[in-house]
Each structure stands twice: as structure tokens, then as C-alpha cells.
Design a protein around this ligand. Structure first.
Ligand SMILES: [Zn+2]
Length: 464
């Protein structure tokens, strides 16, 4: 019989388990992983398992790998895009579209690698990527590149097959596909990439873009196919006030009612942003345990509004964190997002409205729940996957912090010292293992320049 692969993380200053008792082990805590799964953990003398790789956490703070539940990774090729930097969501989106006219799988590959690098260094071990850009005359294997790039980086990846079937001022004809093509690709991606069961590294979700770009039939059939395959459902909802007004005008109802009528409610659905819900909608969402991906940075950047996080979480809906696309963030740092989630809620509801522990729950447990992974991810307990982020406590940003758990959220966001995904070290001493980052970034800048130079004229025209 082959020997199990063992990893011992030792000398952990604070081990935040997120287990049901929310234990934090202090002192010289340790965690032993075998074949990708947590075998044991404790705060006494560390075991000395034969043949184990040993990583010294150097007194840092360890917690379950963070979970990112909303992203558009391709957008990191257009961070801080000048001509539209100060616009709200809809004109901002329209202004971006000319950049993407000739977007292809190689572009998505490099963008995904950079996005994953940024996320991993910020403590993320499981991410989703809502990819809705499928130029009609382009490749029919677009999202395959995202899956390949994430696998090379070693992060868990949920490729959300985005889709648009109705052309509009925002999403022109070239960005739309017919429903048969969309559903056929959903099925193909499921067959090729969707792993089932504990420890899955790659999964798919079905993700029509918005009620304005997707017909009711599109939503209904995506939900039906997803549920027949055990695949989760993701879409945008409630991001802006104009979205609610326009939906009433064009569809006869507010976006969430429209979606719910087509089956988009329940524990297998999570909605990006979820800002502008009325009381009745909040009750409907919480009663059905529909999830929300809260994206505070993007919501502030585009001036979209503030999500009703406490009402939704208090009622029983999981509210997880999402960095959102890198053109409306303009970064992908998940620990920074947790900090912003705390600060934004406090701006509206006061200092007592949310604690650092609560936003860490959103970044771990609620994230795992929204991606359907509460059985194997989100906390560090024997039997769950060994996905661990270790942040330093002897760095500039946390120097002098009294409470390291609070400091993780309240102090300026820092990068991990160590990142472990499924028992494998993916970041060691602050560096991605097996990734030539300067070379990757040079390639990424080149691709970004090409799209920028090709699309900037069209973008300005779109604004007129
Ligand atoms: Zn989005």
C-alpha cells in the first residue's frame, strides 16, 4: 500500500478553526494533514509523523482557506480603465465592451492565472469565476482555458458558465449566443470538469448574466439542467436601483421576483451583490435560504449601494464575500474584502453592527455554503479538507496588534506567508510555489495593452 502524503504545520501562534465551537488554539498549535484531509490538530506538543513534510508557521495566524464567491477574472486586463473610471455600472459596462471584441482563450488563461495568484496570496483556496464573455465568432472552448489555468495554479475553482442570449445597448449582438449553444456548452463543461464529492478541485455552476441579457426561458432551462445534474446556480441580482426600475418597466416585475418565478431561489442559488432588496424580498430570500455574494469594494467603487448583510444573514441566508471583477475593484485581495465588509456595514449601522469574527465567518463558512462545500470546506476540523491560510504576525501591518484575530481584519490587509490547498503547500514564505510571477505579469501586461489599444476608440464611441 502506498504511504499517505503527510503535511505537518507546526508552531502556529493562533489557529482559528471556525469549528462549531469557534475554537481558537493559541500558543504553539499544530495541524496534521494526510492525503489532503485534516487528520488532527491541537495545541499541545506536535506529533512527529513519519515521512511528513514539516512547515514552520513561525508563530503566524492560521485559518481555513478563504472562499471567493464572485469574480470576473478576465477583467483584470482592464483595471483602472481611464475613459470610464468614474461611471456607474451600466455605462461603465457598456464602455468596457469594445475592449473584449477579440478576446480569446489564451487571454482568459493568462488573466485567470494572474487572478488566482492575487487571490492565493490573499489567503484564498477556493474561488468561483463568473465568465460571461463568449464572442460569437470566437472559440467555443473559452472557459476550458480558465479551468486549465486554475489547475496549473493549484487553487480550487468553480467555473461559472456565464451567458447572454438577448442583445442590448450593453451587451451587443456579438456577445450573445443562442440558448441551445449555451445549454450545450453547460452540459459539456459539466461532463468534462465537474468533480463530485469531497475534495473536488474543479466544479461548474450555471450562471446567466442578468435579467436584461437573459430571457425567462434561459433562466428556467438553466435551472432545470443545473438541478438535473446537481450543479449550483449563480447570477447577478439587485446591484443597482436603475436595475429594479428598468426591470419593472421591461419585464413587469422586479429582478428577484422575475428570477424566482423561473426557479431561481433556494439553497442551490447564490446571487451576486444583492443590494437593493425590499423587506418582502429579504423575507423571501431568507425563507428559501437563497445565498448572496457580497462585494463591498465593487459596490463602493461603482457607487451602487450597501447590501443588507445583517438582515439577510440574520434571517438565515448565507452571505459570503466576493471580490467581483477586477475592473470594478480594482484588485482581487480577499482579506481586504473582508475588511471592507466590516467597515461598510459599520458606516451604515454603527460600530456594534458587525464583528471581525462575523466577517471571517462570511469569508469561510458562508463561502463554503454558497458554493455547496460546507461538508468538506470552510472550517478546520478532522475529516475536512486541509485548506489553510497562514498570515504573518511579525510584519509591518500587524506590528503592535493586541488581538491577532481582530487584527487580521482591522489592520491593513496583508499577504499570506503559507497557503495550503488540499494538503499541498502552494505558497511558501510568501512566494507562489512553481510560478514565475514576473514572467507571468510581463505576459499579462502585454495582453492587456493589446486589448486596450484595440478597444479604446470603440469605448469612447460607446459613451457618446
Ligand atoms: Zn459581477
Amino acid at each position: 500500500m502506498p504511504q499517505p502524503t503527510r503535511l505537518l504545520l507546526k508552531n502556529i501562534g493562533h489557529l482559528v478553526t471556525m469549528d462549531p465551537g469557534r475554537r481558537v488554539l493559541r500558543g504553539r498549535a499544530w495541524l496534521l494533514a494526510e492525503d489532503g484531509v485534516v487528520r488532527s490538530l491541537g495545541d499541545g506538543p506536535a506529533p512527529r509523523p513519519a515521512g511528513a513534510e514539516v512547515v514552520d508557521a513561525r508563530g503566524g495566524i492560521a485559518l481555513p482557506g478563504l472562499v471567493n464567491t464572485h469574480h470576473h477574472m478576465f477583467q483584470n486586463l482592464a483595471r483602472a480603465f481611464g475613459p470610464i473610471a468614474n461611471l456607474p455600472l451600466l455605462p461603465w459596462l457598456a464602455g468596457h465592451m469594445p475592449l473584449w471584441r477579440r478576446f480569446g482563450p489564451d487571454d482568459l488563461h493568462v488573466a485567470t492565472q494572474v487572478a488566482c495568484a492575487e487571490l492565493m496570496l490573499s489567503g484564498c483556496t477556493l474561488t468561483s469565476d463568473h465568465h460571461y464573455l463568449f464572442p460569437r465568432d470566437g472559440s467555443d472552448r473559452m472557459l476550458d482555458a480558465g479551468f486549465a489555468a486554475a489547475a496549473e495554479m493549484g487553487i480550487r475553482y468553480v467555473g461559472c458558465r456565464g451567458s447572454v442570449n438577448l442583445p442590448s445597448d450593453i451587451m451587443p449582438d456579438w456577445a450573445c449566443q443562442d440558448l441551445d449553444t449555451i445549454l450545450g456548452d453547460c452540459q459539456r463543461l459539466h461532463d468534462r470538469f465537474h468533480q463530485k464529492g469531497p475534495g473536488a478541485m474543479s466544479q461548474v455552476a450555471f450562471a446567466p448574466c442578468t435579467v436584461f441579457g437573459c430571457s425567462g426561458e434561459h433562466y428556467r432551462q438553466s435551472a432545470r439542467l443545473g438541478r438535473s445534474l446537481g450543479v449550483r446556480l449563480h447570477t447577478h441580482c439587485g446591484e443597482t436601483i436603475p436595475e429594479n426600475h428598468d426591470a419593472v418597466k421591461m419585464l413587469g416585475s422586479r429582478p428577484f421576483s422575475y428570477m424566482a418565478r423561473h426557479g431561481w431561489e433556494g439553497e442551490d442559488v447564490w446571487l451576486a451583490h444583492g443590494i437593493h432588496f425590499n423587506d418582502r424580498e429579504v423575507r423571501h430570500l431568507t425563507r428559501t435560504r437563497t445565498g448572496i455574494a457580497h462585494c463591498p469594494c465593487s459596490n463602493m467603487r461603482l457607487g451602487s449601494g450597501v447590501a443588507r448583510v445583517n438582515d439577510l444573514r440574520g434571517g438565515g441566508s448565507p452571505v459570503s464575500l466576493g471580490v467581483d471583477g477586477s475592473a470594478s475593484n480594482d484588485s482581487g485581495h480577499l482579506l481586504a474584502e473582508a475588511r471592507l465588509a466590516l467597515l461598510l456595514t459599520r458606516v451604515v449601522h454603527g460600530a456594534g453592527a458587525v464583528t471581525p469574527e462575523q466577517v471571517l465567518e462570511m469569508a469561510t463558512l458562508d463561502g463554503a455554503r454558497n458554493l455547496g462545500r460546507q461538508a468538506d470546506l470552510g472550517s478546520l476540523e478532522p475529516g475536512k479538507c486541509a485548506d489553510v491560510a497562514v498570515f504573518p504576525l511579525d510584519d509591518l501591518f500587524s506590528s503592535g496588534a493586541h488581538d491577532p484575530v481582530h487584527g487580521l481584519v482591522l489592520c491593513h490587509a496583508r499577504q499570506v506567508d503559507t497557503l495550503v490547498v488540499h494538503g499541498r503547500v502552494r505558497v511558501r514564505e510568501g512566494h507562489l510555489v512553481g510560478v514565475d510571477l514576473p514572467k507571468l505579469l510581463a505576459r499579462h501586461r502585454k495582453v492587456a495593452r493589446r486589448h486596450h489599444d484595440g478597444g479604446v476608440k470603440g469605448s469612447l464611441a460607446n459613451l457618446r
